[in-house]
Design a protein around this ligand. Structure first.
Ligand code: ATP
Length: 244
């Protein structure tokens, strides 16, 4: 469902992604792990054009873009619409209710009828245990509930792929489990997901594929059994040892 070839991105003189290649199969979960500053978030943001790559060909579902050449606004919009992005700090609109936050994208961006978007949003919010919080404002919710709204807001756009950027790292420890349970549930429903995470045990349990990113490159790629239980790369082993 996703293929990435020769992805490069610099910020000024800093080469953050230095030639990234990987694929993601439909209906699978890919966990992106690696040291702080290695480029994981930039890699994820590139899949949604939140960061625009300097070079590389990326296919997300039906849309292929070659970032080595000029990319039109229409191409970027089509590319972006294939995926939904869940931010570390959820980025909800503080002055809108839960329901308004969720239907904003479908109604304003996708021009879907409000009644249909609302019905959809209600179903999705119910599926993450928030049926009774539709009219609450984000500030009235716990961090874990806010993040579940963030996930629903991305799902409401009906993307082909869900991209999650450290979805639990801003949460108090006691709230992490509830959000991970929602992600696990989405995986069981067959959602294709790419998740940047520091939750190695979660990645080991839920991911089909692990990408270990180190210094702007994929240093190791494989199943959790390969990458986490029996890393072949010294840097991966070192990284995992530091966590345990
Ligand atoms: P972490 O685990 O700490 O979140 P990461 O692996 O996700 O790290 P990135 O957030 O992708 O790493 O950042 C990689 C490098 O790129 C860092 O040195 C960061 O400071 C730099 N960087 C990221 N975004 C920008 C930006 N918009 N402008 C300048 N530098 C940036």
């Amino acid at each position: 469902l996703i293929s990435v070839t020769g992805l490069r991105k610099s910020f000024g003189d800093l080469a953050v992604l230095r030639g990234i290649d990987f694929t993601v199969d439909e209906g699978t979960v890919t966990a992106v792990i690696g040291p702080s500053g290695s480029g994981k978030t930039t890699l994820l943001r590139s899949l949604n054009a939140l960061d625009v790559p300097d070079a590389g060909v990326i296919r997300v579902a039906d849309v292929t873009v070659d970032f080595s050449g000029p990319v039109s606004g229409a191409d970027t919009a089509a590319y972006r619409s294939q995926s939904g992005f869940v931010f570390q700090n959820h980025n909800l609109f503080p002055h809108k209710t839960v329901l308004q936050n969720v239907i904003e994208g479908p109604v304003v961006v996708q021009r879907r009828p409000a009644a249909e978007a609302t019905a959809d949003a209600r179903d999705l919010l119910a599926s993450v245990g928030l049926a009774d919080r539709l009219d609450a404002y984000p500030s009235q919710l716990s961090g874990g509930q806010q993040q579940r709204v963030g996930i629903v807001r991305a799902l409401a756009l009906r993307p082909k792929v869900l991209l999650l950027d450290e979805p639990t790292s801003a949460l108090d420890p006691e709230l992490v489990g509830g959000v991970l349970a929602v992600i696990k549930d989405l995986a069981a429903q067959g959602w294709t997901m790419v998740v940047v995470t520091h939750e190695i045990m979660f990645a080991r349990k839920v991911a089909d594929q692990i990408l270990f990113v180190d210094d702007g490159l994929i240093a190791e790629r494989g199943t959790p059994a390969e990458v986490i239980d029996a890393p072949s790369n010294d840097r991966t082993a070192q990284f995992l040892r530091r966590l345990s």
